[in-house]
Design a protein around this ligand. Structure first.
Ligand code: 5AD
Ligand code: SF4
Length: 462
């Protein structure tokens, strides 16, 4: 029998890349590739790259440098492919700067990987960064039962790709193209299959997921709220999440879904980027700070236990101390459970990159430090307030010590539980006993009734 070939995929950036990496692995599994965690062991290495900030984009070149050295030292014939948003944006440039690369493949062409690889193997260096009209999702195979089990009981499903918003700092509308929503029936099929294989939680992902407008089963257009409502009817699917959202698309139907669907977790990632109206306008965010407060107020009225996370950019061109103070004020008023914050990074081809009023690097660094201190304090306060609270967690993996299992709270916190009378894939009720900097600890109060086929999860156990 032919020895299985080994595939090493390294994912950078957002959850969509994690999902895409899995789908590439699923596609290549059909060609006889098995995943390995060791690049030295691989016949094929794929770097699934991110272009959102300069630092993220540069990582691919340093990684390629390391791979070139390792390949030379081992005199191996490992093939190297670059996928993702850097591939899309800089395909030709990658080929020029990194002769070690055999294949460049953009996010819309992953279903063509087997053909492209076959061509590349003949010695032709291949670049495919087309935006084909055909829907790649129709061609990407589903994972096998064994693979889904190995990935655990919480899965991602891409429902939407691309973005039409054109925030002036962002490359996504250029790298991922125009908004595209998958048809509802396909999403329901994929979700049902995952649930059959033991998945209990699904996170719907899209660059602008709440702008979802997929074709429904009856031919009408479904928004995200209707899609969630349909997914909530899948027996055994205990938890739903979605990310990333734009405040402009947080419509009343979606807000009501947070009230009406118990499966929808009370945790929302809603990037605001800045608390200054002037900067929000310059960013072309299409909403002001008061709009953001109004949405949060409505959300909290619909779901009082809701917690929030967000993204922030400091040092956007023209940002003054007063603008930054508006951001700090917004952060203090909302009280985020978690957040990501970044220094503005000028991206080639985006409108803000050409503005004259660029903020000096040292000012950006200073503002970022001040903001991150506040966000960390806010996160610590949220975690501390969880002590003594009782909520359900989904057990996802074994802990470090024997008998320990680690689950996720509704707010995505890791919760360590000693010797629960349950196993991975179960949902248990815990009372939080300790709060640490990176995780919480809880005492098991009981196992929630499982509607999942229990034996389907057995191989996931420690
Ligand atoms: N500079 C800094 N941060 C950026 N982001 C997107 N583009 C840039 C940029 N040019 C951040 C935003 C976005 C997150 C995914 O990355 O905060 O929400
Ligand atoms: Fe980028 Fe703005 Fe679209 Fe988000 S909404 S992907 S930040 S352009």
């Amino acid at each position: 029998m032919q020895k299985p070939r080994k595939l090493y995929v390294k994912s950078f950036g957002c959850q969509m890349n994690v999902y895409d990496s899995q789908r590439m692995a699923d596609t290549l599994a059909r060609e006889g590739y098995e995943e390995t965690q060791d690049p030295a062991d691989a016949d094929l290495v794929i770097l699934n790259t991110c272009h959102i900030r300069e630092k993220a984009a540069e990582k691919v070149y340093s990684e390629l440098g390391r791979l070139r050295k390792a390949k030379q030292e081992a005199a191996s014939d490992t093939m190297i492919a670059v996928a993702g948003c850097v591939a899309q944006a800089e395909g030709a440039e990658i080929m020029r700067r990194a002769p070690v690369v055999d294949l460049v493949v953009g996010p819309q062409s992953y279903h063509r990987l087997p053909e492209l690889l076959a061509e590349a193997k003949t010695g032709k260096r291949m670049v495919d960064t087309e935006f084909p009209v055909e829907d790649k999702f129709n061609h990407l195979p589903a994972p096998s039962l064994a693979v889904t089990r190995s990935r655990g009981p919480a899965a991602f499903v891409t429902v939407q790709e691309g973005c039409d918003k054109f925030c002036t700092f962002c490359v996504v509308p250029y790298t991922r193209g125009a908004e595209m929503s998958r048809p509802v029936a396909r999403i329901l099929d994929e979700a049902a299959r995952l649930v059959d294989q033991g998945v209990r939680e699904i996170t719907l992902i899209g660059q602008n997921v709440n702008a979802f407008h997929g074709e429904g089963e009856d031919g009408s257009t479904y928004g995200l709220a209707r899609l969630l409502e349909r997914l909530a009817r899948i027996d055994g699917l205990a938890r739903l999440r979605y990310t990333t959202s734009h405040p402009r698309d947080m419509d009343d139907g979606l807000i009501s879904a947070h009230r009406d669907l118990p499966q929808l977790m009370p945790y929302l990632h809603l990037p605001v980027q800045s608390g200054s109206d002037r900067i929000l306008a310059a960013m072309n965010r299409k909403h002001g700070r008061e709009d953001y407060f109004a949405i949060i107020e409505k959300m909290r009225a619909a779901r009082p236990d809701l917690a929030l996370s967000s993204d922030f950019i400091v040092g956007f061109p023209g940002e003054t101390d007063a603008d930054f103070e508006d951001t700090m004020d917004l952060v203090r008023r909302i009280g985020f459970a978690s957040a990501y914050s970044f220094k503005y990074s000028p991206r080639p081809g985006t409108p803000a990159a050409d503005r004259d009023a660029q903020v000096p690097e040292d000012v950006k660094s200073e503002r970022l430090a001040v903001l991150q201190k506040e966000l960390e304090a806010s996160k610590a306060a949220f975690d501390a307030a969880c002590a003594g609270r009782t909520f359900d967690i989904l057990l996802e993996k074994p802990g470090r010590q024997a008998g320990q299992l680690i689950g996720r709270s509704p707010y995505l916190q890791s919760v360590v539980v000693n010797d629960p009378p349950a196993r991975i894939g179960d949902i248990i009720t815990v009372t939080i006993t300790d709060v640490g900097p990176n995780s919480l600890a809880g005492r098991c109060e009981g196992v929630a009734p499982s509607r999942a086929p229990t034996d389907s999860l057995a191989p996931l156990e420690a």
